[in-house]
Design a protein around this ligand. Structure first.
Ligand SMILES: C[S@@+](CC[C@H](N)C(=O)[O-])C[C@H]1O[C@@H](n2cnc3c(N)ncnc32)[C@H](O)[C@@H]1O
Length: 391
């Protein structure tokens, strides 16, 4: 792998993946400033065949001169080498790049542009659907009662620089802001509908100071070593490559700071009466999520995931949200929102039969029955884990 960097951008070629990654801000004044980059690519590509990937997901600025040099290089490589194709990988996070690089296809049809975060993880269509907002709203209301007192045990205190990555509708960030008065609070997510909701709530309720950012948690534009405390709740279980998100959480956390994650193990949801049908349905939930490459069983794996990423001093605990925490109807609302999503869109997309869906729904209905029953008990267990980035 060769690498060349200038103050504002980096240009690196990974031979194993046949991938040229360009990131930062590329604004030369003279074409000669890019001579060595061009030479490096020409040399690297000389021995390769097939598809060359040009990753510009983190290229935030590109002036006309740089585009002229870079575009010219890609077109020339395709013109001169019948055995080469080029795929430029852009991101919706950097809005202009798909249109700009897309124009190169008119100069050589072997240049293709792929927008990485268009369908970039299998569960995306469910969690970025505005219906999901209801699921998140009902959940945080119940989990905050517990996490409010759990967080300080994991290092949360007033005055920290905090990032809530995969923030969803931003309600957790608002609660953090009110309870712990951070010095800075950044909340990032990839769901435009959730972020729009978060910004509206903040403006309606006059909440200032939360920086809501659209971004990909597995490849963030945030700089290294910035935050004392980084949270990522219920999201490693949604994204199909959680290790990439963890690597990024580690990167943006300051040495000595902590990363805090929460995850579930849905098959351990429980209730009485009607424990058996409830159990059956939640075992099926785990299989359904697995079908879409999401790991809703990930909670107890959090310790290993944090340690494998390089964190030390890993702390872990679990808590159970129950119908006895407050108004049992709040618990029932969570289950109703799960039923609508899991036994609705998700089961339909998997192609489940009407008979299966009916049985699947029954477990959720029985869980609601247990929650609202005067002598009933219904629970949803959650695992909290945090680790320190070594000094
Ligand atoms: C189950 S929700 C949890 C949201 C919030 N943390 C909460 O606890 O209410 C998962 C969130 O992760 C976000 N997400 C998943 N993968 C992401 C990625 N690669 N980049 C940014 N956000 C992502 C989804 O958009 C969704 O809002």
């Amino acid at each position: 792998m060769s690498r060349q960097s200038q103050p504002s951008f980096s240009f690196r070629f990974d031979e194993n993946n046949q991938e040229l990654s360009i990131s930062g801000s590329m604004r030369p004044q003279y074409a000669e400033e890019l001579d060595s980059c061009v030479k490096m690519v020409e040399t690297a590509v000389a021995g390769m065949r097939g598809t060359i990937y040009v990753n510009v997901k983190r290229l935030v600025r590109l002036n006309n001169l740089a585009f002229h040099v870079l575009g010219g290089l890609l077109v020339r490589l395709c013109d001169e080498r019948p055995d080469l194709r080029i795929t430029v990988v852009t991101s919706s996070v950097v809005g202009w790049s798909t249109r700009k690089f897309g124009a190169l296809r008119e100069r050589n049809a072997k240049i293709n542009v792929e927008k990485y975060d268009n369908d970039f993880y299998p569960g995306q269509s469910f969690v970025e659907n505005s219906d999901f907002i209801h699921v998140l709203r009902t959940q945080t209301k119940m989990t905050w009662r517990h996490e409010k007192s759990i967080l300080p045990r994991h290092g949360m205190r007033p005055g920290l620089n905090i990032a809530d990555i995969c923030c969803g509708i931003g309600d957790f960030a608002v609660l953090l802001q009110k309870e712990f008065q951070p010095a800075r609070l950044v909340a990032l997510d990839h769901s435009r509908s959730s972020l729009a909701y978060a910004r509206k709530v903040a403006s309606d309720f006059g909440i200032n100071g939360i920086e809501y950012i659209y971004g990909d948690a597995s490849d963030m534009l945030l700089e290294d070593n910035q935050f004392d405390f980084v949270t990522c709740r219920h999201s490693l279980q949604v994204f199909d490559r959680p290790e990439l998100i963890l690597k990024e959480l580690f990167r943006i956390c300051k040495p000595g700071g902590r990363v805090y994650v929460t995850n579930e193990k849905n098959s351990h949801c429980l209730g009485e009466p009607r424990g058996e049908t409830i159990q059956w349905t939640y075992n099926e939930v785990a299989k359904l999520w697995h079908h879409f490459k999401m790991d809703i069983e990930c909670g107890p794996k959090s310790r290993r995931l944090l340690m494998d990423t390089g964190f030390d001093d890993v702390q872990m605990e679990s808590f159970m949200v129950t119908n006895m925490d407050g108004d049992p109807q709040d618990f029932a609302d969570i289950i109703e929102s799960w039923k609508n999503l899991f036994a609705g869109d998700m089961a339909n997309q998997r192609g489940d039969s009407p008979e299966f869906i009916e049985r699947f729904k029954r477990g959720f209905d029985d869980h609601i029955f247990a929650a609202l029953h005067p002598k009933g008990y219904a629970g949803w267990p959650i695992w909290v884990a945090s680790g320190r980035k070594p000094l």
